[in-house]
Design a protein around this ligand. Structure first.
Ligand code: FES
Length: 103
């Protein structure tokens, strides 16, 4: 899987999200306890932007209808979404975000 680097990445505040554009995809990114999590920004329910939501108890909560997805796996924790979220391997090191995203 191709590796993409985002130098000068500023981690969002705890519980918050930001976005990066990588390989033609818009990804939402959050950082919990130094671990970065990246996933498609579009909710699988009606494609609202998850970066406008918040992170609680290891899940991202969609701002539109409050579906919750597990940060680590993308699994749906609560609806109305039914499809899991696509997640990408992410690492944060020395201010550089490293993502594994298919072309
Ligand atoms: S668009 Fe995300 S829960 Fe409806």
């Amino acid at each position: 899987m191709p590796t993409h680097r985002v130098p000068g990445f500023t981690a969002p505040a705890p519980g918050d999200l930001t976005t990066v554009d990588v390989a033609g995809r818009k990804l939402a990114v959050t950082v919990e306890d130094g671990q970065a999590y990246a996933f498609d920004d579009a909710c699988t329910h009606m494609r609202c932007s998850l970066s406008g939501g918040e992170v609680e108890d290891g899940a991202v909560i969609c701002p539109c209808h409050f579906a919750a997805f597990d940060l680590a796996t993308g699994a749906v924790r609560s609806g109305p979404a039914e499809e899991p979220l696509r997640c990408y391997r992410a690492q944060l090191a020395d201010g550089t975000l490293v993502l594994e995203v298919p072309e």
